[in-house]
Design a protein around this ligand. Structure first.
Ligand code: SRM
Ligand code: SF4
Length: 563
């Protein structure tokens, strides 16, 4: 048996996530935390980073790296009130340096917070009725849920379940309250009934989908719950386990994986099912090799049937046979839609989730103005974040539509009216300069790169063709690229692996087409394939499906097929 990784020691000896974080935060000599506390901070929703654009110059100048931190909110289902948005906007302007970043898991990150401001930033989050607990780290992460629950009672019910589950699976340690809010220490020291002192071997991700939309990419979740609706009522959920995107270049034992269907549960069984899956991963996940520690690998190693039986044993009930479901689309719906209650919902495209005033674009000011209007005139309206880095202004009285439209147009928030489908649906991860793992650009490259791909689409008469493009700066896959029709995975500065052949409903993994190529090479490849697609496609055929039918790429077989 291999030795546990060093992170296991850090977790076990942390006294339920306290470590020496207080001392690290108070140390005025450095902008960084002690090494062990860097790891523990993740469980509190924070990450230490340094500006990679400045790294080399600072090294040469014998300065320590330009350290700063991001904070990530725990925001199940991505729902905030207008007042909460205003509070987060104020916090980001006061303490951060890159605006607000909407993430692919329906929450917000604020980058560029200096160590000395972290406590004030967390306190501002808490004052707004929000928290950052377990937003990162080896725990259950932000629970995602299909967007726009206001459209029906069923959506609302699912959102409530997502919120309740997030709270239920939140670590019980009061370390967050002690360290950030100065609550008195708990005496005697506590324990974690669900997680134990070493928490999980790796992160766990849970998501609720509502067909026909697969906007949460349910096949990428460790535990995916797909709502089954009968006669307008929630009958229960089909359960999928073992999805995940992360991989490591050149390491064959790592790979993206589609979640496997294992059966059906009733709404009342959700908590027990999730606990059983989590504790199965807790007890059977790999604690020595972190690259091999996600639930998907435990499932590959032991088999879906074994893991399913273990989950059933722990949950105390058998899963019923899966109902089956059909997705017709993923991605977000933009523009205005009317809800069942006569309120209106406006889907806004936020390119790559970045809400920041810069280069003459004033999206942060615009969203603040919209939130301020709602806070005053419709405080029960909501700002909903989507798993595709966009925002939905939900529950708007009709009378405010015109003013919101005017603000959206004034502040470059009306891209749903002008941007092509390619630009509206593309996703890119954060990557440089903040992400310590980035091998190539992603978010920053998109404003340059997307118009070039669009030029190719225009050239081949495919201007409004819906093609999913996703870019990640490294193989960890934070933009869920392995589910895209076209994906680029960073390999080195300016170099990417070109992956092709995912499907537009997020149900098929793509496959490697060209390795380690540059932007001009990518464009040459796409030009040739789009030309073929334009002339040889079948009616209504999507690009990813065409590439697979024509055997341009062969999608990987599912793990069950290969077992
Ligand atoms: Fe991620 C690590 C950003 C969604 C798979 N991810 C990171 C870190 C924290 C880098 C690090 O560990 O040093 C990135 C911080 C960059 C920065 O500067 O902000 C980062 N991940 C993000 C976000 C912000 C991307 C975005 O552009 O929106 C997303 C935040 C999600 C959230 O709000 O909780 C984000 N990450 C994802 C997703 C998509 C999803 O969950 O739906 C995935 C793929 C799904 C999955 O987990 O399999 C994902 N991130 C990873 C991995 C690979 C994990 C693995 O199993 O191998 C890492 C690396 C790691 O954990 O060691 C990672
Ligand atoms: Fe960073 Fe890689 Fe995730 Fe992009 S995919 S944010 S580069 S870890």
């Amino acid at each position: 048996m291999s030795e546990p990784s060093d992170l296991e020691r850090i977790k076990r000896t942390s006294r339920c996530l306290r470590g020496s974080l207080r001392e690290s935060l108070a140390d005025p000599v450095t902008g960084a935390l002690r090494a062990d506390d860097v790891q523990l901070l993740k469980f509190h929703g924070g990450y230490q980073q340094d500006d990679r654009d400045l790294r080399e110059a600072r090294r040469l100048a014998k300065l320590e790296p330009d350290y700063s931190f991001f904070l990530r909110l725990r925001l199940p289902g991505g729902v905030m009130s207008p007042a909460q948005w205003l509070a987060m906007d104020a916090m980001a302007r006061r303490h951060g340096s890159r605006g607000l970043r909407l993430t692919t898991r329906q929450t917000i990150q604020v980058h560029g917070i200096e160590k000395g401001n972290l406590r004030a930033a967390v306190q501002a989050i808490h004052a707004a009725g929000l928290d950052t607990i377990a937003a990162c780290g080896d725990v259950n992460r932000n629970v995602v849920a299909a967007v726009n629950p206001l459209l029906s009672r069923v959506h609302a019910r699912i959102f409530e379940q997502a919120q309740a589950l997030s709270l239920h699976l939140r670590p019980k340690s009061r370390a967050w309250q002690e360290i950030w809010l100065d609550e008195p220490p708990v005496q005697p020291e506590e324990s974690e009934p669900l997680y134990g002192d070493a928490y999980l071997p790796r992160k766990c991700k849970i998501g609720f989908a509502v067909p026909p939309d697969n906007d949460i990419d349910v096949y990428s979740q460790d535990v995916g719950l797909v709502a089954i609706i009968e006669n307008g009522e929630l009958a229960g959920y089909d359960v999928l386990i073992g999805g995940g995107m992360g991989a490591t270049h050149g390491d064959a034992k790592t790979h993206p994986r589609l979640a496997s269907p294992v059966g059906f549960i009733t709404p009342g069984q959700v908590t027990a099912l999730a606990e059983a899956a989590l504790t199965t991963q807790r007890d059977h996940g790999d604690r020595s090799e972190r690259r091999h520690a996600r639930f998907k690998y435990a499932i590959d190693d032991r088999g879906v049937a074994w893991i399913k039986a273990e989950i059933e044993r722990r949950a105390g009930f058998a899963l019923q046979p899966a109902y089956g479901f059909a997705f017709t689309q993923r991605g977000d719906r933009f523009g205005w839609r009317e809800g069942g209650d006569g309120r209106w919902h406006l889907g806004l495209r936020i390119p790559f989730g970045r809400v920041h005033d810069r280069d003459g674009v004033t999206r942060q000011t615009g969203l603040r103005a919209i939130a301020a209007l709602l806070a005053e005139r419709a405080p029960d309206a909501q700002i909903r974040l989507t798993p595709n880095q966009n925002a939905l202004i939900a529950g708007v009285p009709k009378v405010l539509r015109e003013r919101i439209d005017a603000l959206a147009i004034e502040h470059d928030l009306a891209l749903h009216r002008t941007a092509t489908l390619l630009a509206r649906n593309a996703i890119a991860c954060v990557a440089l300069p903040t992400c310590g793992l980035a091998m190539a650009e992603a978010e920053r490259w998109m404003p340059d790169f997307i118009p070039k791909v669009q030029t190719l689409l225009d050239k081949h008469g495919l201007r409004e063709e819906p093609i999913d493009l996703r870019v990640s700066g490294c193989p960890n896959g934070c933009s869920r690229p392995y589910l895209a029709e076209i994906a680029l995975i960073g390999k080195a500065s300016g170099r990417y692996n070109l992956m092709l052949g995912g499907d537009h409903r997020g149900q098929r993994l793509n496959a490697l087409y060209r390795e380690n190529i540059t932007e001009p090479e990518i464009l040459v490849e796409l030009d040739a394939l789009l030309a073929r697609f334009a002339s040889e496609r079948e009616p209504e055929e999507r690009f990813g499906d065409f590439l697979v039918r024509e055997a341009v790429v062969a999608p990987p077989r599912s793990r069950e097929d290969t077992a």
